[in-house]
Design a protein. Structure first.
Lengths: 323, 118
């Protein structure tokens, strides 16, 4: 019996749904052969502590940060920064970040709470295997008012944009082959405050104060020496585990004030450390040394646990949503 | 409808799949950057994870870029982390080993290194 027109339309709709479901399943779950996160040719760039990576990937990071800060009310600050990044396409990714802070005001009490929610997007527009180079551009927003003011979360939003780069030196001539494991990564970009100033009422005196919110320039770089690269591509010097999976590095994360009474002032730290790269996660530890008195006078510590989601779930949530 | 059912099975299997992650070379023979007295009969590279044989290559070239290996590259049937290629008797010189492998999860890694025959 021939189907009626209505039944025929229904069947066609069902077929369409089947094809759509099949297409989604094919896109999301069938294996694909692809380069892993952080690679430019044979160069692997690890995720670093405070200088953002030049690549997009499926990853989840937990950064521990403990340092004494010299604000008007000095505090010993402990932060846990969480960030989840997800690739939309192999070269376009988005991320969401959140932090939890505990401030010990050195005998004057303490405060704890979440920071503002951060959202961002990054596009990796150049990857050169031959020259071990990656270039990316990104933008982000820290959403004001989503965190706790008692731990310093601002009530206004901050918009950011940045350029990211990574360059390995594997293309150096054989005469300097032991320099080939070196690489640099970096970032530069402005941050625009959503409000130029805050009016603060002193609870004790009732007087009002104007707190200015400057725009800033984030800039920073890392210098890395990869023992993985040395062992695998330059010279097997007999390093065993865990040293054969390590990257020795120094980070230089900086922020320079651009206007509103603090133009030209730079804050930052130098973070010498080591990163160990496993098959599905990496671990890192670094010291945090202030570059000047306005940044601080005490050495802090950074710890990093980073999961390669694309390696842990290669056939499902670790893949780009679109091929 | 059968196609849809097959895809559901593929979906289910993919969720329960084992994670292998990308692979790095663990060690090789001849060793990376080594100088050997006797010409090796094989180049062997051991990785830290299982390889997908159909998508793995190893090529050995001399200083002029000419391919000198026998072209019989294979992933060892008894050890999926080992890939090897045979060599004819090599004269003294510098040789570059160029490898390109795919791990069982589909992640591709590549690299190269040199060794010298004295």
């Amino acid at each position: 019996m021939e189907p009626t027109g209505r039944t025929s339309q229904f069947l066609r709709a069902a077929d369409i749904w089947q094809y759509l479901c099949a297409a989604v399943i094919l896109v999301l779950f069938l294996p694909a052969y692809s380069s892993a996160h952080g690679f430019a040719g044979k160069r692997f760039f690890p995720t670093t502590f405070q200088v953002d990576d030049p690549f997009v990937s499926d990853e989840f990071s937990i950064l521990f940060d403990h340092i004494k800060e010299p604000d008007d009310q000095p505090s010993r600050t402990t932060d846990f920064d969480l960030e989840y990044s997800k690739r939309i396409t192999p070269h376009l990714g988005v991320f969401v970040g959140e932090s939890y802070s505990h401030l010990d005001f050195l005998g004057n009490g303490s405060a704890s709470g979440f920071g503002n929610l951060e959202l961002g997007i990054k596009y990796q527009f150049l990857t050169s295997a031959e020259h071990e180079t990656i270039l990316s551009a990104g933008a982000g927003v820290e959403i004001g008012g989503t965190g706790a003011r008692r731990v310093g979360a601002e009530s206004f939003s901050v918009l950011s944009s940045a350029l990211f780069f990574g360059k390995g030196f594997g293309d150096l001539p054989p005469s300097v082959k032991f320099l080939r494991p070196f690489a640099v990564t970096g970032v530069v970009g402005p941050n625009f405050s959503g409000r130029s100033s805050n009016v603060i009422v002193n609870e004790d005196t009732g007087e009002t104060e104007i707190e200015r919110n400057p725009d800033t320039l984030t800039w920073g770089f890392t210098i890395q020496y990869s023992l993985i690269y040395l062992q695998s591509f330059v010279k097997d010097i007999g390093l065993g585990a865990p040293f054969n999976r390590m990257v020795v590095l120094a980070e230089f994360p900086m922020e320079t004030c651009l206007n509103r009474g603090c133009k030209g002032r730079t804050f930052g730290t130098i973070n010498p450390g080591i990163i160990w790269v496993g098959k599905s996660y990496q671990l890192g530890i670094a010291a945090q040394i202030p570059v000047n008195d306005r940044t601080g006078k005490n050495v802090g510590v950074l710890g990093l646990i980073h999961f390669f989601i694309d390696d842990i779930f290669p056939d499902s949530i670790g893949k780009p949503i679109l091929p | 409808m059968m196609t849809f059912q097959v895809l559901v099975i593929v979906f289910t299997c993919s969720l329960s799949g084992t994670s292998f992650a990308h692979v790095f070379p663990d060690h090789s023979d001849p060793r990376v950057g080594a100088t050997v007295q006797d010409p090796p009969a094989w180049v062997r590279i051991w990785f830290d994870g299982a390889l997908e044989p159909a998508f793995c290559t190893v090529v050995v070239r001399d200083e002029n870029g000419k391919q000198v290996d026998k072209g019989n590259v294979q992933v060892d049937p008894d050890d999926a982390t080992l890939i090897e290629v045979g060599l004819p008797p090599l004269p003294a010189g510098t040789y570059r080993v160029i490898w390109n492998v795919v791990a069982r999860d589909g992640h591709r890694t590549e690299g190269d290194y040199t060794f010298d025959v004295k």
